[in-house]
Design a protein around this ligand. Structure first.
Ligand code: SF4
Length: 333
């Protein structure tokens, strides 16, 4: 059954991404007259409900970070729509986009390089609060101290500098900087992958506590499926710039359908010494997004590849309720 994954007037949906494309031209380096592009994001569509978390997973280089940055227009959109609370960010004039910026924040992977080493953390957290006049002048300091407290940072840290903190504390500062702007939507781009495992759990729990308290919506980008399983309500699996599977966490983890998702999930460790891992090893490298394979982009690494797979691009279709897959194996379903 073909479905319209993006048709919505639903006020529950805070973010609706329709056919998002981000291409980078390579014409200056090409000998041929035809323009070449790196198709980093190619026709990606999904919806995120208010107050929920969507996990976006895939190997590095699959385009998941570019999806996040393009949604926020840190990169210009090549094609498609990004409806945030009904407004299309892809075409919004820069003045209007600037006004909307505080509502959409991003937490980056490396908390050290994303924090200015010259500013004390009170100023790092508060700089944009002042700039966007998030609270009246007289409430500025108490607002920053409250946000620090919410993020597990004692008030005496206000005048300390980023180099005085551990990686986990620096990530708390990054989170505090984002939530100080009272956002609705936060993109977390591999926020724990640079941290020790014990600290990862603390940061994930902090993000979940803040969501429960303030109703934030997250797009959580990660290559670590155990982390994504813990925090997400819905999951999107990306391969070479496209979504290949999308559904609720329960349906994707209990019943992965796309051969690529099956391989990714087969590598997730299970905390049971009696559990026998049947790991599916993917052969070959990720193909170049400049010249991807015809038909299904995964066919050069797929053990179930059929004739049709090189001829026809599989479309993302609903195979079971709320669970969509782009694979010709399910054409007759
Ligand atoms: Fe494999 Fe074909 Fe499905 Fe692609 S469409 S994942 S090549 S079976």
């Amino acid at each position: 059954m073909e479905i319209d994954r993006t048709n919505t007037n639903n006020n529950d949906d805070i973010l609706v991404v329709r056919n998002l494309k981000k291409y980078y031209p390579l014409s200056r380096f090409s000998l041929s007259k035809e323009k070449a592009f790196v198709k980093a994001v190619d026709d990606v569509s999904f919806t995120i409900k208010r107050g929920t978390t969507m996990g976006l997973v895939g190997e590095s280089g699959c385009g998941k970070t570019t999806v996040g940055r393009t949604i926020l227009r840190l990169h210009e959109v090549t094609g498609g729509q990004v409806l945030f609370d009904g407004k299309d960010l892809a075409t919004l004039p820069s003045g209007a986009l600037r006004k909307l910026r505080p509502q959409m924040q991003m937490i980056f992977q490396d908390p050290y390089s994303s924090l200015s080493p010259r500013l004390p953390i009170g100023e790092i957290i508060g700089e944009a609060v002042r700039e966007h006049k998030i609270v009246p002048k007289g409430e500025y300091r108490s607002h920053i101290l409250k946000v620090m407290n919410d993020c597990g940072l004692p008030s005496q840290y206000f005048y300390r500098y980023p180099h005085e903190f551990s990686g986990g504390q620096r990530q708390r500062v990054s989170i505090a900087r984002a939530v100080a702007l009272k956002p609705k939507f936060i993109i977390c781009d591999e926020p724990v992958s640079a941290l020790d495992v014990s600290i990862q759990a603390q940061i994930i729990n902090l993000l979940m506590d803040l969501q429960a308290q303030f109703g934030y919506t997250y797009l959580f980008i990660s290559h670590d499926l155990s982390v994504v399983e813990h925090i997400s309500d819905t999951i999107g699996v990306m391969y070479l710039g496209s979504l290949v599977e999308y559904g609720s966490k329960e349906s994707v983890f209990a019943n992965p359908m796309h051969p690529y998702s099956k391989a990714l999930l087969s590598a997730v460790p299970v905390p049971d010494p009696d559990h026998k891992m049947n790991r599916i090893i993917l052969t070959g490298d990720l193909p170049s997004p400049i010249n991807p394979p015809s038909g299904c982009k995964f066919r050069t690494r797929c053990s179930s590849c059929m004739d049709i797979c090189s001829k026809k691009v599989p479309q993302l279709r609903e195979i079971e309720k709320g669970h969509q897959v782009a694979c010709h194996l399910y054409n007759k379903v």
